[in-house]
Design a protein around this ligand. Structure first.
Ligand code: AMP
Length: 427
């Protein structure tokens, strides 16, 4: 499919050509015609899928010509962070370069006055972080009475960052009759609730990320006793054909201890977490990138922004506190079309967390036990406590395929060995 078939005005097509985009990305193919037709949209798309253009192009097409001097914005885009606001505003300017429309970004951490001055001159597209926009509303330096299109970008992150009350207030200041486009990497229950309150008969679109963990990351869960997690990890590292491995631990202390224990087992490891200095963190990451340590043990916060080529395995030594973090964690592997594997070590105490993750993903993870490391306390496949013998019969009864090498399926009947097609999208 070419851009010409999307129904965009010629001025935007020229801008797209100038940017060197040859054909629309999947999210653009799906979202642009719907948005151009004026409908509400609920879109699952991550950074890197071309999502910004997917809402910028139809929004610009709708606005067309510039409003009169001093007019309040007709399109409002809310983003979670300053960096994203600046980036999104730059994209609107890029795609709208042949349209005479004014785009401004307002976000915190910088002075209000230049933003106020720009708003006073007149803005067609306003890109804002929720907190700073509230400041402008309170000071009556921004008016939202002319907004025809509202875009929420990275809605899941905005909710994670506690912006729901601010978003509600902003929505309260908008005209009721408008188009709403909601983009989110994941559809958490919070995002679903927001969508239900905000959108009118939305069309839902969903694409795999371009740098596509969805297509290339195999996700599996191994049920194991808590105390046996470390020995199992060592066993997997020794016997599996694993390359660079990023291991997630829940606490700083846990990350440090695990890294030391792996080193004692002769596996080169380093840890990064909030108690390490920036210098130590940079050093550990460099060693990992250069392959001088094979395993990097990290906490969620410390692992933000880690992008290592050739990372073959992500291990959830502890399941994350929020299911969204699971999606972020496994996105570290399988980048740029490389294949990767995400392994979760699940103790009986973590069953509820696993369920939440599966709920978000919209599917059951392929689950197994490893011979010699079977959990003793609980059934691998069920939620009831059963003795080991009963569990074995139960598991095999549920899945007649029985053994796959040294692994047994226990995925609640929906998964089958490793052949399950992974998808990171929750619906
Ligand atoms: P985003 O998902 O909006 O963060 O976009 C990621 C990157 O993809 C940006 O650098 C865009 O310039 C680029 N991009 C957007 N649409 C296309 C396209 N159709 N073809 C190639 N690159 C694109």
């Amino acid at each position: 499919m070419s851009f010409n078939e999307l129904g965009l005005p010629e001025a935007i097509l020229r801008a797209v050509a100038l940017l060197g985009h040859e054909s629309p990305t999947p999210i653009q193919r799906k979202a642009v015609p719907i948005a151009l037709a004026g409908g509400d949209l609920l879109a699952a798309a991550q950074t890197g899928t071309g999502k910004t253009a997917a809402f910028a192009m139809p929004t610009l097409a709708r606005l067309g010509a510039r409003g009169p001097h001093g007019a309040p914005p007709r399109a409002l885009v809310l983003t979670p962070t300053r960096e994203l606001a600046a980036q999104v505003a730059a994209s609107f300017r890029d795609y709208g370069r042949h349209l005479s429309l004014q785009t401004e970004a307002v976000y915190g951490g910088v002075g209000m006055f230049p933003q106020t001055r720009a708003l006073r001159r007149g803005v067609d597209v306003l890109v804002a972080t929720p907190g700073r926009l509230i400041d402008h509303l309170e000071q009556h330096t921004a008016r939202l009475s002319n907004v025809e299109v509202l875009v929420l970008d990275e809605a899941d992150r905005m909710l994670d960052m506690g912006f729901l009350p601010a978003i509600r207030r902003i929505i309260g200041a908008l005209p009721a009759n408008r188009q709403n486009l909601l983009f989110s990497a994941t559809f958490s229950p919070g995002v679903r609730r927001l969508a239900a309150a905000l959108l009118r008969s939305p069309v839902e679109v969903d694409v795999a990320p371009r740098n596509s963990a969805a297509a290339t990351v195999t996700q599996r869960a191994f049920h194991v006793d808590k105390d046996n997690k470390r020995p199992l990890l060592v066993h997997l590292l020794r016997t599996g054909d694993w390359g660079q491995t990023l291991v997630f631990a829940r606490t700083k202390h846990g990350a440090e201890r695990l890294s030391n224990q792996l080193e004692r087992e002769g596996i080169l490891a380093a840890a990064i977490h909030g108690d390490k200095s920036q210098g130590q963190r940079t050093r550990a990451l460099d060693q990992f990138k250069q392959g001088r340590v094979r395993v990097l043990v990290a906490t969620d916060v410390a692992a933000r922004g880690i992008d290592v080529d050739g990372l073959t395995h992500v291990v959830n030594f502890d399941l994350p506190n929020s299911p969204e973090d699971y999606v972020h964690r496994i996105g570290r592997t399988g980048r740029a079309g490389a294949s990767g594997e995400a392994i979760s070590l699940v103790s009986s105490e973590e069953r509820a967390q696993l369920k939440e993750i599966e709920h978000l993903l919209g599917r059951t993870l392929s689950a197994a036990t490893v011979a010699g490391y079977e959990p003793t306390h609980r059934a691998a496949s069920g939620s009831q406590s059963q003795p080991a013998g009963a569990r074995r019969r139960h598991t095999q009864g549920q899945n007649p395929a029985g053994h796959h090498g040294h692994r047994r399926d226990a995925g609640g009947g929906r998964t089958h060995g490793r052949a399950h097609s992974p998808s990171r999208r929750g619906r």
